[in-house]
Design a protein around this ligand. Structure first.
Ligand code: UD1
Ligand code: CA
Length: 484
């Protein structure tokens, strides 16, 4: 294979997105549209990538530079057509000989292997240009491939086509492989005398034919992979197709997905064989799930690691780590910095932030754990609050190993509880607890007789109390039988 330069045209506006975000930066499967294209281009073995930017380049340019720092950026200040855009790239000095592949920045389904096949076919035949084409049932809007018998003669754009030409169903995907020398020479010869008054790159084909040079179309079986996203509906449709592709790939790699239609997996997620994903699950960003883990139903995990054999049910998590064999959910909220150790548990209606819960430790019910460390084998009772914020600063709580903490405890940070200590139910722990000690703070229950009658006179509460007291029944009557 000769030197491959890829030009990515990304200067267009994308007004139909009706967005402050440039079209190329809209995301599906956790990557921008142009991010998907750059991934395909890298897979195809590009030795050089030139991105042509224009519209909102203050946003597009840094985004491309972040994904592919070695990309050359060429600026097209006015969008005068695809040939003009390619000329801007060539003039940026980045294109010399070898093969030059022109692609667009908004085609997220494009596969690296298709680009590779196109380039291989183009180079094997030694042509001036090879068009990536395909047959579509509804060719409206596309450039049509004009053939003379089997040979390609040119491309005619929708707006310039005759009725007869509009009936042609073989279309230009927009992706064209060129001989670099031919491309550099032909660009200045392309004019803008056409319906859109634009410089059409597609005119290069007829010029090559006129020069007696070799051109052809490489027909892709499913040209829909070169489809662009012009509005939000197309964005969602392409997102769905891409997701199906990703989910299918993981199933082929040994992941059980009970309901592919409601399972969403980003492009950069990693799954081990024998992972099970239950319905309604979204795996986002750099999420990684290890062997035999079961995730779902109804989980949203972002940039989260789930260990071997762990179980995560109806959970929202971000930048969290769930250890091997650990249990999370249902209805758990794991915020950034949550690290749950091996065989640990974060149970129902528990929120955890920036905290380490060590191996075998459990926070089973209705609790908030913030800025804490909880040692191995410790059990935190139901309804426990780690009060980490004094209104100005956040403080840390450290709980040792094998601590038994009663229900409804409030740990007021900064505070430390030693190994093997206990805290009584409803305790308000403001001071450090030594190892092995029992800390209690809830005082003895006090009864103030008749309080409701004195302080809540005239309310339904007082009326109910009065009625009960007058009836002479001790505290509460027998439970009433239901039904009959
Ligand atoms: C183009 C092709 C058409 C093909 C279709 C496939 C031409 C003349 N026509 O038509 O044959 O069937 O794509 O989708 O090439 N761009 C720039 N600068 C410009 C103009 C365009 O960067 O000055 C970029 C756009 O951002 C876009 C791409 O090039 O990503 C295509 O431009 P667009 O104007 O949408 O071309 P089409 O009319 O769709
Ligand atoms: Ca287009």
């Amino acid at each position: 294979m000769s030197e491959l330069t890829v030009i990515v045209l990304a200067a267009g506006g994308g007004t139909r997105m009706k967005s402050k975000t440039p079209k190329m930066l809209h995301q599906i499967a956790g990557r921008s549209l142009v991010g998907h294209v750059l991934a395909a281009v890298s897979e195809a073995g590009a030795s050089r990538v030139v991105a042509v930017v224009g519209h909102q380049r203050e946003l597009v340019e840094p985004h491309i530079a972040e994904i592919l720092p070695e990309a050359v950026i060429a600026v097209q200040t006015e969008q005068l057509g695809t040939a003009h855009a390619v000329r801007v790239a060539v003039e940026a000095g980045a294109v010399s000989g070898g093969t030059v592949l022109v692609t667009y920045g908004d085609t997220p389904l494009l596969r690296g292997e298709s680009l590779r096949a196109l380039v291989a076919d183009h180079e094997a035949a030694g042509r001036a240009a090879t068009i990536l084409s395909g047959i579509v049932p509804e060719p409206f809007g596309y450039g049509r491939i004009l053939r003379d018998g089997a040979g390609v003669r040119g491309i005619v754009e929708e707006k310039d086509a005759t009725d007869e030409q509009r009936a042609i169903t073989e279309i230009n995907s927009g992706i064209i492989a060129f001989d670099g020398g031919f491309l550099a020479g032909v660009l200045p010869r392309i004019g803008n005398d056409n319906a859109k008054k634009e410089f059409y790159l597609t005119d290069a084909i007829a010029l090559a034919v006129a020069d007696g040079l070799g051109v052809d179309a490489f027909v892709l079986d499913d040209v829909s992979e070169a489809e662009g996203a012009n509005d939000r509906a197309q964005l969602a449709a392409l997102g769905k197709i891409l997701n199906e592709r990703i989910v299918t790939r993981w199933m082929k790699d040994g992941v059980t997905v009970m309901d592919p239609a409601t399972t969403w997996i980003d492009a950069d997620v990693e799954l081990a064989p024998d992972v099970t994903i239950l319905p309604g699950t979204q795996l986002i960003g750099a999420t990684r799930i290890d062997e035999d883990a079961v995730v779902g139903p109804d989980c949203t995990l972002k940039d989260t690691e789930v260990g071997h054999g762990a179980r995560v049910v109806r959970t929202q998590a971000e930048l969290a780590v769930v250890g091997p064999g650990a249990n999370v959910g249902p209805f758990s909220y794991l915020r950034p910095g949550t690290v749950l150790g091996e065989e640990g548990k974060i149970g129902g209606f528990v929120e955890v932030k920036n905290s380490r819960i060590d191996a075998g430790a459990k926070v089973p019910h209705l609790s908030y754990v913030g800025d804490a460390t909880i040692g191995e084998g410790t059990n935190i009772g139901a309804g426990t609050i780690f009060a980490n914020y004094d209104g100005v600063n956040k403080h840390k709580t450290r709980i040792g190993r094998h601590v038994k903490s009663g229900s409804g405890v409030t740990f007021v940070a900064p505070v430390v509880v030693g190994d093997g200590a206990s805290t009584g139910g409803e305790a308000l722990i403001r001071e450090d607890v030594p190892p092995g000690a029992l800390a209690v703070s809830a005082g003895q229950q006090r009864i103030i007789e008749g309080w409701a009658l004195a302080k809540r006179a005239g309310t339904p509460q007082a009326a109910a109390a009065e009625e009960a007291l007058e009836s002479g029944v001790p505290i509460l009557g027998e439970p009433s039988t239901t039904g009959e």
